[in-house]
Design a protein around this ligand. Structure first.
Ligand SMILES: *[C@@H]1O[C@H](CO)[C@@H](O)[C@H](O)[C@H]1NC(C)=O
Ligand SMILES: *[C@@H]1O[C@H](CO)[C@@H](O)[C@H](O)[C@H]1NC(C)=O
Ligand SMILES: *[C@@H]1O[C@H](CO)[C@@H](O)[C@H](O)[C@H]1NC(C)=O
Ligand SMILES: *[C@@H]1O[C@H](CO)[C@@H](O)[C@H](O)[C@H]1NC(C)=O
Length: 490
C-alpha cells in the first residue's frame, strides 16, 4: 500500500500539480469486469483551508452527475441510492484520504468519477478520474466458399466480439481485394467489430492464403488468423499424349485427359465429334487407349469433365498416317543407350569411391588435397568448361552459352568457403543421375570424361574441411588428367 501511495504521489505531482489543483486523483484507471477498482483522492496542503465534506460524483456521460458516496467528519459515510450502492465503500474513511473502492465493476461503470471537496473559504474543489472498462474481444475468422467469377464477393470474414475498447481489423492478402469493417455497440458497453474481405475470385486463388489481423488494447500482441481461400470452379480440360505419329497398325497410342476443377471432377467422358467412339479404342477413366490404329481413329476426340458446377471439354484431332515417322527406332535406341550409360556410370562411381578412399588415406599421411581449381583457360574452352562442371549439369549447357553463374560460383566459393563448396558438389557423384542427361549425348567417351571428372571436386571439397590451408602440388593430378584429355571430345 505504501508503495502504491508513493507511486500515486509521483503521478499526482506530475499530472496535477501543474494545474495547481489541491485535490489529487489519478487521471485514468483501467479495470476488467468483476474486478475491484480503487479510486484514490487526497487534498494536498490544506493549510488554513477548512475541509467540511467530500463527495464522489459519477458521470456516465457528460453532465449526468450522480452522487455515489459522501463523507462528513461528523455524520460519517453515506451512499445515496445508485447503481453503486452495496458495491462502493471508503477504503479509509477520512477527509484527508477519501479514496473509494468499487467492487464487482461492470462495463456500465465506465465513466468519470469526480472527488469533490466542500471547503471554506474557497468553496468547492475537485479532481476527476476516468474509469476505463476493458474487455478482451472474442476473435474468430473464416473463409467463405465462393464460386469463381468476375463480381466481387465476400471471400473471408473476421470478427472481434464484445471488446472494449473496440478492436481494429486489418487484412493481409495479395492484391485485388478490399475490405470494410463495421463496429456495433453492445448493450453492455462493449463493441463488436466485423470485417469482410471482398474480391473477384479466380480459380487460381483457390487455396491461397489470406490473413486478418486483430489488434486490441487488452491483447499482448495482434492476433493473426490465416485462412485458405476456397474458390470453386467448373473443370478445365486438356488432352495430352498425341505425338502426331499415329501410323496404321500402331498398337500403343494413348491419350490422357487432364482436368482441373474444384470440387473434384465427378465424371470424365470420351466421345468423338461425330458421336460414338471407334470400336478399336478402350477407355479407362481419363485415358483413351487406341488398341490398333486404323482409319476409324482418324477423327476428332472430345474429352468432357463434369463437376457440380458445370462441365469443361477439350478436343483433339488425330490424323492417321500411312507410315510411322522414324522416331520410333531412335527412341528405343535412346532408351537402350540410357540403360547402358547408367550401368557404366554406376561402375565409374564405384571406382571413384575406391579412388577417393585411397586418396583420403594418403592425405591422412600428410599429402594435401587440391585446393585450387584449374587455371583460367579452362573457362574459355567450351569443351573443358563442360568437363569442369558436375556431370548432371553437363548436358544441359550448350556451347553457345556464356560462362554460367554456376561456373563463377564454382571458382569463388572454392576459395572462400570450402563448406559451401562441398554442398554444391556433393550431389554430382552421389546421385549418379546420368541416364537422362546421357540420352542427349550418345558419346561413350564424353561420358567417361564427365563421370571421372566429377570426382576431384568432391574429393577436394572434403579435404578442404580437414586441412583448409594446404595447397600441395600433387593435388592437381586428377584434374590435370581430365584437362589434358579434353581435346579428345572436340
Ligand atoms: C462476471 O461474473 C458474472 C457472474 O459472477 C459472470 O457471469 C461473468 O461471466 C463474469 N464476467 C467476466 C468477464 O468474468
Ligand atoms: C461491407 O459493405 C457492404 C456493402 O457496402 C455491406 O453490405 C456489408 O455489410 C459491409 N460489411 C461489413 C462487415 O462492414
Ligand atoms: C458419367 O456420365 C455418363 C453419362 O453422362 C454416365 O453414363 C456414366 O455412368 C457416368 N459415370 C460415372 C462414373 O458417373
Ligand atoms: C484422315 O482425315 C483427313 C481429313 O479429315 C484426310 O485428309 C486423311 O486422308 C485421312 N487419313 C486417312 C488415313 O484416312
Amino acid at each position: 500500500m505504501g508503495n502504491c501511495w508513493l507511486y500515486f504521489g509521483v503521478i499526482l505531482l506530475s499530472c496535477q500539480v501543474v494545474r495547481s489543483q489541491r485535490v489529487r486523483v489519478l487521471p485514468e484507471v483501467e479495470a476488467y469486469p468483476n474486478e475491484s477498482v480503487d479510486l484514490r483522492c487526497q487534498f494536498a496542503n490544506p493549510g488554513s483551508t477548512k475541509l467540511t465534506q467530500v463527495s464522489w460524483i459519477f458521470e456516465a456521460t457528460e453532465g449526468q452527475r450522480e452522487n455515489i458516496a459522501v463523507f462528513h467528519p461528523v455524520y460519517g459515510e453515506s451512499f445515496p441510492t445508485s447503481a453503486f450502492r452495496g458495491r462502493v465503500q471508503f477504503t479509509q474513511p477520512s477527509l484527508e484520504y477519501p479514496s473509494i473502492r468499487i467492487n464487482n465493476v461492470k462495463m456500465s461503470d465506465a465513466g468519470r468519477y469526480t472527488c469533490e471537496y466542500a471547503t471554506y473559504p474557497s468553496g468547492n474543489e475537485q479532481g476527476t478520474t476516468t474509469l476505463i472498462m476493458l474487455a478482451k474481444p472474442k476473435n474468430s475468422a473464416a473463409a467463405v466458399t465462393v464460386q469463381a467469377g468476375s463480381a466481387k464477393v465476400v471471400v473471408a470474414r473476421c470478427e472481434a466480439l464484445q471488446g472494449k475498447p473496440a478492436a481494429t481489423i486489418t487484412w493481409l492478402a495479395g492484391g485485388g481485394g478490399e475490405y470494410n469493417s463495421t463496429s456495433q455497440m453492445e448493450s453492455d458497453g462493449t463493441v463488436t467489430v466485423k470485417s469482410e474481405y471482398r474480391m473477384a475470385p479466380a480459380s487460381a486463388d483457390n487455396g491461397r492464403d489470406i490473413s486478418c489481423v486483430i489488434t486490441q488494447r487488452t491483447q499482448d500482441r495482434p492476433q493473426t488468423f490465416t485462412m485458405k481461400l476456397a474458390v470453386q470452379y467448373a473443370p478445365t480440360v486438356r488432352i495430352e499424349g498425341y505425338d502426331e505419329n499415329w501410323y496404321v497398325g500402331r498398337t500403343d497410342a494413348l491419350l490422357t485427359c487432364h482436368t482441373d476443377a474444384n470440387p473434384k471432377v465427378l465424371n470424365v467422358t470420351w466421345t468423338t465429334v461425330s458421336g460414338n467412339l471407334p470400336p478399336t479404342v478402350r477407355v479407362d477413366q481419363n485415358r483413351l487407349l487406341v488398341q490398333k490404329v486404323d482409319e476409324s481413329v482418324n477423327t476428332t476426340f472430345v474429352c468432357e469433365a463434369k463437376n457440380s458446377l458445370g462441365s469443361g471439354k477439350s478436343q483433339l484431332t488425330a490424323s492417321v498416317i500411312a507410315h510411322g515417322k522414324q522416331t520410333q527406332g531412335a527412341v528405343t535406341g535412346g532408351i537402350i543407350g540410357g540403360i547402358i550409360g547408367a550401368v557404366v556410370i554406376l561402375c565409374l562411381i564405384g571406382a571413384g569411391v575406391v579412388m577417393y578412399r585411397k586418396r583420403l588415406q594418403s592425405t591422412e599421411n600428410g599429402d594435401g588435397p587440391p585446393k585450387h581449381k584449374p587455371p583460367p583457360p579452362v573457362k574459355t574452352g567450351s569443351s573443358t568448361e563442360m568437363l569442369n562442371k558436375p556431370k548432371d549439369q553437363t548436358m544441359t549447357i550448350t556451347e553457345s552459352q556464356p560462362l554460367s553463374k554456376y561456373d563463377s560460383n564454382y571458382y569463388e566459393t572454392t576459395a572462400a568457403e570450402p563448406v559451401t563448396d562441398l554442398d554444391d558438389e556433393n550431389p554430382s557423384p552421389a546421385n549418379g543421375g546420368a541416364p537422362s542427361a546421357w540420352e542427349g549425348s550418345g558419346h561413350p567417351l564424353g561420358m567417361d570424361e564427365t563421370a571421372s571428372d566429377a570426382l576431384p571436386p568432391y574429393e577436394a571439397a572434403n579435404h578442404d574441411i580437414v586441412e583448409a590451408n594446404h595447397e600441395p602440388p600433387a593435388a592437381s593430378v586428377p584434374r590435370g588428367e581430365s584437362f589434358v584429355s579434353a581435346p579428345m571430345l572436340v
